[in-house]
Every structure is written in structure tokens, then in C-alpha cells.
Design a protein around this ligand. Structure first.
Ligand SMILES: NC(=O)c1ccc[n+]([C@@H]2O[C@H](COP(=O)([O-])OP(=O)(O)OC[C@H]3O[C@@H](n4cnc5c(N)ncnc54)[C@H](OP(=O)(O)O)[C@@H]3O)[C@@H](O)[C@H]2O)c1
Length: 489
């Protein structure tokens, strides 16, 4: 609802986001994701007073960790050793840790924690699988064995990407999930979709009338998407060496970004309408044969190098990585979408670790004007370019040509910028936003079963190709831009 403010603009009323009470159960509760993102996000939501005071968080893991030790882990993840402030004290009180050491113990303890909740019937239970894909099946069996006290308790599950390890395993996992949860209780998370700038792609496209008429093969020359990190695999060799760049980034983040940029306008902004359009894009991504993959897809693995003057070890020297590992840490390639709007428009993607800098952006290059009216023959008129920057800067910029001052008729490119950091209103982080969406039962920013299976349909042949052709894995020095050709000017 809008109300008029004194400056005659429309101020959006803050929605009362306070949740109903819930029990948040994190599997993999002592892992990297939980410590870096989940616990800090839940703490912030608690601090913003968005979580109901009766809500509780139980972290679960196979490691034996006492409650005091777990409190210390939480404090470390919040970058504090203080317990003094009311916020931290009250957050710690909501948290506990259960070890599944011997599975029976974990189940009994969890059952009694659920049943002892005050007013348990009004709670919803959210299971969060912050674990590698290989762990999902056993955890689901564990959940299935839980007596959810009153069967009427509302239950949901959030499951991290990558969802399965290929199309077949994703189908098996979906089947297993559906034995316990209905599709609208399943939240397949890809935190990229929780980022403001990623959501803004749809607002930009469908909230303005000036770009959408040009958003097609007649006016767009190419689309380029970069998801680059300067960090390595940190302490996640166990997970990363099995997944690599293809399953960690391309199957999920990259395909989601492609879908947001290229999908048709949905009939409404509800979860299924948006997800219907995305699935159509995944289905339209062109199948690639071996010859095509040889010429247009590249896989790389970082060797030692330098980033910002620091010496960086190669991937094979990372702790926990097999010395003969053929896992790719960089991918670049050219995709196509076989539909009326996008036929023949190349979509170049690249993603990797230990690259020159952290950068996530989508660049749309428009066709150059058909007539060369300005400048002389040796001067190139730059094409208009629209760039959605997602990290580290959150901005949108449009490159346009203007006259260079002076007697000569020279065109000169300039950038028009919109920068998110200029907006004073602070927004929720991606995980905060998605946790709240799940509590509110909003599935729009989560993947649906058919979408996941279609994304694997695109990726499986690529993984297969590089598995069968390990000699195609090329080395690149840390601090460079990986391997293959990049078509940016
Ligand atoms: N880290 C990130 O920033 C990040 C970002 C986006 C998505 N993700 C996704 O989140 C998931 C977890 O990543 P992570 O980085 O947190 O990994 P992690 O640090 O290795 O932690 C995963 C946790 O899962 C538990 N676990 C591992 N194998 C298990 C098994 N077979 N059965 C039951 N529990 C098992 C482990 O705890 P116990 O040994 O105590 O059981 C471990 O602490 C991955 O799917 C990843 O793609 C991570």
C-alpha cells in the first residue's frame, strides 16, 4: 500500500515482517556455510526483531560438539567474543547443537526438542540441508524417522545447491523429497537469486518500457556473463574437488542468470509464473555435440601465480586436493538459446576461482548503428552496452555515444550509471531475504523440480565431455583470466 509523503513521492509502507514461531534445524550446522552465512543471517534477523521470540535454532552434525563449544563457534561466526549485549545473549539462548553421532541418539534428542517446544502446534519446522549433495539421502531418511510430534506441524525443507550431482541423482533426490514433503514445501536454494541486483534484472526488464522492445536478436549482438572469484577453495577441498566449477557455479548460478536475462515476461510475479518462464529457457538451451564442445567450451585449473602481489599456491597444492585431480576451477564457453527471440545470439559465459579479481556481471551488447555517419573510417563507433554489475559493485551502467568536444565530428562513449550504494535504504542480505521468503512460504526465488532437472540436462553432457577428455583441462596462472577466448573488446 502506498501513502503520500511530504515530498510528494510514494513511500512504501514497511510490511510487518515479523515471522510466526519456527524451529530451524540446520544439518551441517558446524560447516562453512552455516558459520559464514546461515548463523550470521539468523542473528541479523533476530537483531532486526523479525524473528518471533519463541523461535529456536538447532544445529545438527556428526561431530561431537558441546553446547558451550557451539556457543563459541557461533560467537566466532558473528566476529565477537562478547556475550554482553542483549542481542547476542538472546540469540545464543535460541541456539543448541545436537550430534547425530549414533543416529538413534540424534533422533531421540531431536524428537524431544521438537515436542518440548512451547506451543509446538503453532510452530513451523524448517529443515536446512547445509551439507554436500552426497549427504542428502541419509539426512532425508533421518527426517523421515522423526516423529514430528503433532502431525499437523507445518514443515518445510531448504536444500542447498548443487541439487544432486547429475540429472539422474536429482530425479532420485526429488522422488525421495516428495515422499516426505510436497513440492510447495521444498525450497531449493541458490543464494544468488536472493541478491537485490539479481532480482533487479527482472525489475529493470519488465518495469521499464524502453528496453524490452529491443531485447531480442534484432538488436542484441551478444550477451556475456562473468562470475569470477579471486579466492581459491579455502578449506572446502572435500566438497570442491568433487563438484568443480561446472557443478558449483555453471549448473546453478550461471544458468539462473541466463534465464533471468533471457526469459519471457511472466503472466504475473507469483512463484509458478516466474518459474514456468525460466524452465522454458532451460529447455531451449541448445544441445551441444562433441564437435561444438571441442571448439567452444574450455575448462581450466589454476596453477600458482600472484594476486594483488600475494603469492598464490596452485589448486593441486591446496590442502585436501588429490595430487592428480582433474577438477576444473575455471570454465568458459558459448551457449545458444533456440527460440524465436534469441536464435543466433551468442551467450558467452565464464566463471572461475583465483582469477584476477572478484567480479560478477552481465553485459548486453547491442548492435552498432547501421550507418557510419561520424568520425573517420579508422574510428570504431562503440556499441551500446548495458551492464548489470552484481559484485563487488552493485550497479547498472549504460554506455552511449556522444560527441567528443571540439571541431571534429568524433563520437565518444560515456557511461550512465545507477549505483545501489547511493540508495540509503539498506536491504537484507541474500540469505536473510531467502530465509524470510521461506518462512513466509514464498517460493518465487527458489528452483522448482522441473527447473533443476532441465538445468542438469544442459550440464550433464558438458561434464561427460570433460570427463572423457581429461587432456582438455588447461592450466592457468592464479591472478589471470583463465583459459579460452573471451569476446569482450
Ligand atoms: N560455503 C559456502 O559459502 C556455500 C555457499 C553456497 C552454497 N553452499 C553449499 O552448501 C553445502 C555445504 O557447504 P559447506 O561449504 O558448508 O561445506 P562444509 O564446510 O564441508 O560443511 C558441510 C557440513 O556437512 C556435514 N557433512 C558432510 N558430509 C556429510 C555426510 N555425508 N552426512 C552428514 N553430514 C555431512 C559436515 O558436518 P559433520 O561432519 O559434523 O556432520 C560439515 O560440517 C554445499 O552443498 C555447498 O555447495 C556453500
Amino acid at each position: 500500500m502506498c501513502k503520500k509523503s511530504i515530498i510528494n513521492s510514494c513511500e512504501i509502507e514497511t510490511i510487518n515482517l515479523k515471522t510466526k514461531p519456527f524451529l530451524f534445524i540446520i544439518f551441517g550446522g558446524s560447516g562453512d556455510l552455516s558459520q559464514k552465512k546461515l548463523l550470521p543471517s539468523l542473528y541479523n534477523l533476530c537483531k532486526y526483531d523479525m524473528l518471533h521470540e519463541d523461535s529456536k535454532i538447532i544445529s545438527i552434525g556428526r561431530k561431537k560438539i558441546g553446547n558451550q563449544e557451539f556457543s563459541d563457534i557461533i560467537k566466532k561466526s558473528l566476529f565477537t567474543d562478547l556475550e554482553k549485549t542483549e542481542n547476542i545473549k538472546s540469540f545464543l539462548k535460541r541456539n543448541s547443537y545436537i550430534s547425530t553421532g549414533s543416529e538413534k541418539i540424534g533422533i531421540d534428542e531431536l524428537n524431544s526438542s521438537i515436542c518440548s517446544l512451547k506451543g509446538v502446534n503453532s510452530h513451523q519446522i524448517i529443515f536446512y540441508l547445509a551439507t554436500p549433495p552426497s549427504a542428502a539421502s541419509n539426512i532425508l531418511k533421518f527426517i523421515d524417522n522423526l516423529d514430528l510430534c503433532e502431525k499437523s506441524i507445518e514443515k518445510k525443507i531448504i536444500i542447498e545447491k548443487p541439487f544432486g550431482v547429475d540429472r539422474d541423482s536429482a530425479k532420485v533426490l526429488n522422488k525421495q523429497l516428495h515422499q516426505i514433503f510436497s513440492e510447495n514445501e521444498i525450497y531449493r536454494i541458490d543464494h544468488y537469486l536472493g541478491k537485490e541486483t539479481v532480482q533487479n534484472i527482472l525489475f529493470f526488464r519488465f518495469g521499464n518500457s524502453i528496453f524490452e522492445p529491443l531485447w531480442n536478436r534484432s538488436y542484441i549482438e551478444k550477451i556475456e556473463i562473468t562470475v569470477a572469484e579471486d579466492i581459491g577453495i579455502e578449506k572446502r577441498a572435500n566438497f570442491y574437488d568433487k563438484s568443480g566449477i561446472l557443478k558449483d557455479i555453471i549448473q546453478n548460478h550461471m544458468l539462473q542468470l541466463i534465464a533471468l536475462v533471457t526469459m519471457e515476461p511472466p503472466t504475473s510475479f507469483d512463484a509458478n509464473s516466474v518459474r514456468d518462464e525460466k524452465v522454458k529457457i532451460f529447455k531451449s538451451i541448445t544441445n551441444m555435440n562433441e564437435e561444438y564442445m571441442k571448439n567452444h567450451l574450455f575448462l581450466g585449473q589454476y596453477s600458482s601465480g600472484k594476486i594483488e602481489g600475494r603469492k598464490i599456491n596452485g589448486y593441486l597444492e591446496e590442502i585436501g586436493v588429490d595430487e592428480n585431480s582433474k577438477t576444473g576451477t575455471f570454465f568458459s564457453g558459448k551457449f545458444h538459446i533456440d527460440n524465436w527471440r534469441w536464435a543466433d545470439v551468442p551467450i558467452y559465459v565464464r566463471a572461475g576461482k583465483r582469477l584476477e579479481k572478484k567480479l560478477t556481471e552481465i553485459s548486453i551488447t547491442f548492435k552498432t548503428p547501421p550507418l557510419k555517419l561520424f568520425g573517420n573510417d579508422c574510428l570504431d563507433l562503440k556499441a551500446n552496452k548495458l551492464v548489470f554489475s552484481i559484485q563487488p559493485d552493485e550497479k547498472i551502467s549504460l554506455t552511449i555515444n556522444k560527441k567528443y568536444p571540439g571541431m571534429e565530428n568524433y563520437p565518444h562513449p560515456v557511461e550512465m550509471n545507477f549505483n545501489y550504494s547511493k540508495i540509503e535504504k539498506t536491504s537484507l542480505s541474500a540469505y536473510e531475504r531467502l530465509i524470510i521468503d521461506c518462512i513466509k512460504s514464498d517460493l518465487t526465488l527458489f528452483a522448482r523440480q522441473d527447473g533443476i532437472e532441465e538445468m542438469w540436462r544442459v550440464l550433464d553432457p558438458i561434464v561427460d565431455f570433460f570427463d572423457k577428455n581429461p587432456q582438455r583441462l588447461e592450466k592457468y596462472n592464479a591472478g589471470t583470466w583463465g583459459v579460452g577466448e573471451w569476446h569482450d573488446e
